[in-house]
Design a protein around this ligand. Structure first.
Ligand code: 13P
Length: 270
């Protein structure tokens, strides 16, 4: 739990409240590591997190092929495990797909959905993502749902509307109870893998906008309890400044999650 400054009151003294939502650092390995490499990295991260006792939950999201063997060698009370995607059908003739029940049966408990790479390269629409979300939730998986604008939308000033629409289209059919099970990740597409991080102020403005969008639909309590992670070139050198912002509850980490020392540098930024 973290004490955060909410606003100045009229006497120019501070109002504090305790933050109930979780701080989370999640790795997204993407399409990296062979199985032996992945097992080695997972064991290393598990040992490092166990020793560090961090002030946040730590999760790794790994390729499908790695889920069951990693589940067998890590302690999920120390290090959470997730997939990077799941199918929009529960089972059937969908060659090459991996379903939410299959992911759950490996022992993993999280799944990244709506990553910009899935939206961009595999044509994932809000309609498809609603199916995936429903299946993930029905199978007890916690979705880490990604949203974020592309560079053109940042530059033409439509980014707040774009992200609001992504949330409304994919998530606002959910009951408040189901919505409360979701972790959000704001990942400006122009910051992913580019080395160009959003400034802490740019990220905080968007996170506050996302929280206000949630509050308008589900109320302040649900909004206050939703963890919203930042993703996009987050590294040990910029994580502390980002995580210090009141509406940034951690990070979804790509490149820097592939080296244990870098990932732990971000985990320990809390
Ligand atoms: P990078 O940290 O490599 O920019 O990737 C972010 C990301 O896409 C995490 O999902």
């Amino acid at each position: 739990m973290r004490k955060i400054l909410t606003k100045y009151n009229n006497n120019h003294t501070y109002n504090f409240k305790y933050k109930m939502r979780k701080n989370i650092v999640a790795g997204n390995w993407k399409m990296n590591t062979t199985l032996p490499e992945g097992l080695k990295l997972a064991e290393e991260v598990n040992a490092a997190v166990a020793a560090a006792k961090p002030k946040c939950d730590v999760i790794i999201c790994v390729p499908f092929t790695h889920l069951a063997p990693i589940a067998a060698c890590i302690d999920q009370d120390v290090l959470g495990l997730g997939a990077e995607n799941c199918a929009d059908h529960a089972s059937g003739a969908y060659t090459g797909e991996v379903s939410a029940p299959m992911v759950a049966s490996t022992g993993a408990t999280y799944v990244i959905l709506g990553h910009s790479e899935r939206r961009q390269y595999y044509g994932e629409t809000s309609a498809i993502l609603r199916e995936k979300l429903g299946l993930a939730l029905a199978n007890g998986l916690t979705p880490i749902f990604c949203i974020g604008e592309v560079l053109e939308e940042r530059e033409n000033g439509t980014y707040n509307d774009v992200v609001k629409k992504q949330i409304e289209e994919a998530l606002f059919d959910l009951s408040a109870e189901d919505f409360s099970k979701i972790i959000l990740a704001y990942e400006p597409v122009w910051a992913i893998g580019t080395g160009k991080t959003a400034t802490p102020d740019q990220a905080e403005d968007m996170h506050a906008h996302i929280r206000a969008t949630i509050a308008a639909k589900y109320g302040n309590e649900v909004a206050d309890n939703t963890s919203i992670l930042y993703g996009g070139s987050c590294k040990p050198s910029n994580a502390a400044e980002l995580f210090a912002k009141p509406d940034i509850d951690g990070g979804l980490i790509g490149g820097a999650s592939l080296k244990c020392a870098d990932f732990m540098g971000i985990v320990n930024a809390f």
